[in-house]
Ligand binder design. Structure first.
Ligand code: NAP
Length: 485
């Protein structure tokens, strides 16, 4: 049973069916495949990771329209991959999973949706880290009398033309939708809590000659993919080594920002006050110019409360607006929320993760046999393609399911293995830029719970071969084994 038919769920389904494990079902609450690319359809939505790398290694495409594809092109790609690789018929859309319970006696999972119950020998949770919209904890948030929505649930029925609009947040989503929104609205107030480091991203359409070369010589696409891979590994090097390589990124970013920010007042307000790479570096050549438009105000006074008329900042000023758009990101430390997951002996995932989420290689959680997480704890990337990570996870969990099948059992990662590997991951953060500021990568205790601390190649190496000795086998009764498939 795969929960989630986004890029992760589809990668897992393809990996399993290719290896003869074809009794697979994917459940998804949305009305189709695509996950984050189905939900996030705000104006300007695109991926800031170049498409030749932000695509499956086994489904390369030579017809990407530009360096970083817009959302619709990516969604079309995901849908096509699901069709071509035979995953589409396995998907049950509009099916929200409410709970997954391990049945100790039977030795399998009981997966409940809003209308049905399934029995599964193994469960793959491919629900993503960036799935649950986060709203800011601002006093009186509900008292706003105008219209409001979150960037990940864009209200296309609301016409922004000529309106007074507030955008709260200046993260990776906001920097994409602020430029087109600024052109449409009457007045735009952008509320920034923390400045960001920027890198250029013009993202023009590929010239016809380049597109033709990619089509005629697919090997060029593969060479380009490899070049992008190592370029992104170099970004990780800059984050890992802020006192050496990090200076290259910082200086490049400073030059770019200095060139874009002609207005000294805006420059002062936007300039970040933390180490390069600590938060996600933002790739946009359009956001900083948009902030300097005549109809745009950058507000850096903190929001004290929300009033019926709009946000009130700490200087007492009420910013009267017709609409508030929350570009405030996702509940990143609440993995799997709001699903209830109960493992061996009735222990819930909430209990297991009471002091922060942990999983061996971000995939396997001790006490939750044959349950595998994709894009789980410490597998997000600041410099890399998440699809690369998802493919490694699919391969690893396929090996785990094969091991379980060989023994007609479920597999549970040993607690000491998980403890050692998660401690080693935390140790790898020492001295890196990630620890140099507060960010959504960290939980309340300050532990980094979302990000992988190293290179894509290191994750590939760590996950390439599953070591059976790291797992215990939990046998299932013959009847249960039959039901659980
Ligand atoms: P985000 O990076 O978490 O940004 C949220 C923004 O809201 C931040 O600027 C944050 O300020 C601000 N904020 C939160 N609470 C606030 C408050 N109470 N008052 C004022 N501001 C507040 O969310 P996101 O932009 O949606 O991006 C999330 C992640 O999605 C990205 O990091 C990335 O991994 C992914 N993403 C990827 C792409 C892509 O092209 N690949 C595009 C969009 C998103 P602080 O900085 O001070 O916390």
């Amino acid at each position: 049973m795969i929960v989630g038919a986004g890029l992760g769920g589809i990668a897992a389904a393809i990996e399993l069916t290719r290896h003869g494990i074809d009794d697979v079902i994917l459940l998804d609450a949305a009305d189709g495949v695509g996950g984050t690319w189905r939900y996030n359809d705000y104006p300007g939505a695109a991926c800031d990771v170049p498409s030749h790398l932000y695509s499956y290694s086994f489904a390369r495409r030579s017809t990407w329209s530009r360096l970083c594809s817009p959302r619709q092109e990516i969604l079309d790609y995901v849908e096509k991959v699901a069709d071509v690789f035979g995953v589409a018929p396995l998907v049950r859309p509009n099916t929200r999973v409410t709970s997954c319970d391990w049945d100790d006696a039977a030795g399998h999972w009981i997966v409940r949706t809003e209308g049905a119950v399934f029995h599964a020998g193994a469960v793959v949770l491919a629900t993503g880290q960036l799935n649950q919209p986060a709203y800011p904890s601002i006093e009186g948030l509900d008292s706003f009398a105008g219209h409001s929505f979150h960037s990940a649930r864009w209200d296309h029925d609301y016409d922004l033309t000529g309106k007074r609009v507030a955008v709260i947040g200046t993260g990776a989503s906001a920097v994409q939708f602020v430029p087109p929104v600024a052109e449409q609205v009457g007045r735009l107030s952008v509320f920034q809590r923390t400045g960001n480091w920027f890198m250029p991203r013009r993202n023009n359409v590929y010239p016809p000659l380049i597109s033709a070369l990619f089509r005629l010589f697919p090997v060029l696409g593969s060479v380009w993919r490899l070049a992008l891979f190592y370029y992104l590994e170099s970004l990780t090097a800059q984050i890992r080594h802020p006192r050496t390589f990090g200076h290259f990124g910082r200086i490049w970013s400073q030059l770019f920002m200095r060139m874009q920010l002609r207005d000294p007042e805006t420059r002062r307000k936007v300039w970040p006050d933390y180490t390069f790479g600590c938060k996600r570096v933002l790739f946009s050549s359009a956001f900083l110019p948009a902030l300097q438009r005549d109809n745009v105000d950058l507000v850096t006074e903190q929001i004290a409360r929300m009033t019926a008329k709009g946000p009130q900042t700490e200087d007492g000023r009420v910013h009267e607006v017709d609409c508030v758009i929350y570009g405030t990101g996702f509940r990143t430390t609440k993995f799997m929320f709001p699903m209830e997951i109960t493992g061996i002996g009735g222990r819930t995932m909430r209990e297991a993760w009471a002091d922060g989420p942990r999983a061996h290689l971000g995939i396997a959680v001790s006490g939750f046999p044959s349950l595998f997480v994709m894009y789980g704890p410490n597998t997000n990337t600041s410099g890399g393609s998440i699809i690369f990570f998802l493919e490694q996870q699919a391969r690893y969990l396929r090996q785990a399911i094969q091991l379980a099948r060989r023994h007609d059992a479920a597999v549970d990662v040993r607690a000491e293995v998980m403890a050692a590997s998660t401690d080693a991951v935390q140790d790898r953060f020492a001295g890196t830029a990630w620890l140099a500021c507060q960010s959504w990568y960290r939980d309340a205790s300050g532990r980094i719970v979302t990000n992988w601390p190293g290179y894509m190649r290191e994750y590939e190496k760590a996950t390439s071969r599953l070591d059976p000795a790291e797992f215990t086998l939990i046998e299932r009764s013959p009847v249960a084994a039959d039901q659980g498939r």
